[in-house]
Design a protein around this ligand. Structure first.
Ligand code: COA
Length: 418
């Protein structure tokens, strides 16, 4: 395919940190022209956060802003606002994820933007949705995981609520927003009218925690959850408990130790006892007598012994590395995988081959690793490029809007743009 799927779509990326940038980065990978609009002083805060080199934009920034252009402009000045309004008149999408009320305070609320360009789609991320009594709160990743049901259902029953290492609050919300924006583009193309698309981080986390709401209703009806470690010997309260590493669906599973676990914190596999594969599972781990034993034949019969079963499997795993174990178990169709460290993923040749992990050129830095597109197309391979320096494309963006060289210099002299 010569033309990228989103070629011709103009996006104003008025976002920062992770939730908004993750969304607009993916739009850029798929071919949209994404202009990141940033504060002249420092730009997106992530440029400066967790730097590994004091003179370079942080990886936090480069890994969420590749393939974009940067315009650094003070949109709180009349001249800066005028530039924004010109951009808005020409754009298809504007995405923002500022603190609640910030767009209105800047004079760039939805009604005004809709008036300026009725075709434009306005994407907005906030911590909580408009109907929430917490909709005035500023929110970061872990706050959203707490509010969206992920924290209360993650971790062990005898420990506190726990935050996931995955960005369920940030990038996940950005991905939800992207689905909404593309839906609104299809609608806009049919009707000629854009709309506001809002996603709250609490809602996006809850959407991924859907099965726990399933469990809440089951618990209220029958008083127990048979697939949780608390069953049948432990206590259930009135809310879904933390289930440790139990399988979230109908198949019990657990993280099991492999050879070397004493010194390697990731020498583990995830092992699933698949109901329909019990015969082969028992044979695989050298306990064929369990196939006919009434104490073990059905999932219900096994559940009271599930931790004895896992302990037996750990004995079988004791002389096998996690890779050796998976190589044996895959032949018996046991759903399982090694627990992979970030180091292992970064070095994984398959990940490089598929483009899920890519090495990208970045001005001044050389190369860095990033996660490429997890979405694969048969006719198009997203090419991941570096991230823009602060204000790198200011002159060309303004020239495209009709500003001449003198006007651009004047804006720069007045420090309205970088
Ligand atoms: N020129 C001039 N001013 C600008 C500007 C520009 N180019 N870009 C942003 N600003 C201003 C904003 O208008 C705002 O001004 P105000 O406070 O006077 O209204 C100010 O910069 C700070 O905005 P923001 O970055 O939103 O504030 P913050 O650093 O205090 O809060 C968050 C950061 C992430 C907590 C907050 O933006 C938020 O809750 N966002 C919604 C949820 C979200 O996306 N969270 C982050 C997930 S990764």
């Amino acid at each position: 395919m010569s033309e990228k799927p989103l070629a011709g779509i103009k996006v104003i990326d008025f976002t920062g940190v992770q939730a908004g940038p993750a969304c607009t980065q993916m739009l850029a990978w798929f071919g949209a022209d994404v202009i990141k609009v940033e504060r002249p002083q420092g730009g997106d805060v992530t440029r400066n956060q967790l730097r590994d080199d004091p003179d370079l934009d942080a990886l936090y920034f480069t890994m969420l802003n590749s393939n974009k252009r940067s315009l650094a402009i003070n949109t709180k000045t009349p001249e800066g606002k005028e530039v924004m309004e010109k951009l808005i008149r020409e754009a298809d999408i504007l995405v923002e994820n500022f603190a609640p009320g910030a767009m209105d305070r800047m004079g760039l609320g939805w009604e005004h933007i809709h008036e300026l360009n009725p075709r434009l789609i306005f994407g907005s991320v906030k911590g909580f949705n408009d109907d929430s009594s917490w909709n005035d709160l500023k929110v970061y990743e872990n706050v959203a995981q707490a509010a969206g049901g992920a924290a209360s259902t993650t971790g062990f029953w005898d420990g506190p609520p726990t935050i996931s290492g995955s960005a369920l609050g940030d990038s996940n919300t950005g991905m939800h927003l992207m689905i909404g924006l593309l839906t609104a583009i299809i609608h806009r193309n049919a009707t000629g009218v854009g709309q506001k698309v809002s996603v709250s981080m609490q809602d996006a986390v809850l959407n991924l925690t859907r099965v726990k709401l399933r469990d809440q209703q089951r618990l209220e009806k029958i008083g127990y959850l048979e697939e949780y470690p608390q069953y049948p010997n432990g206590e259930f309260g009135d809310a879904v408990p933390r289930g440790g590493n139990a399988g979230g669906g109908g198949q019990p599973g657990w993280i099991l130790k492999c050879k070397g676990w004493e010194t390697d914190p990731n020498a583990y596999i995830y092992f699933t006892v698949q109901e329909q594969n019990w015969k082969r599972t028992a044979e695989a781990i050298g306990r064929p007598e369990w196939v006919e034993d009434p104490e073990y034949t059905t999932a219900r019969a096994r559940q009271p012994h599930i931790f004895e079963i896992f302990a037996e499997i750990e004995k079988w795993l004791a002389d096998k590395t996690k890779y050796e174990a998976v190589d044996i178990l895959r032949k018996w169709e046991v759903p399982c995988a090694p627990v992979l460290s970030m180091k292992e993923l970064a070095e994984d040749p398959d990940m490089r081959k598929s483009g899920t992990i890519v090495e990208v050129e970045q001005k001044g830095r050389g190369t860095y690793l990033t996660v490429g597109s997890p979405i694969k197309f048969s006719n198009f391979k997203p090419e991941i490029k570096g991230a823009p320096l602060l204000g790198e494309h200011g002159s060309e963006v303004l020239a495209d809007l009709g500003y001449d060289a003198n006007e651009i210099v004047a804006l720069r002299d007045k420090q309205i743009i970088v």
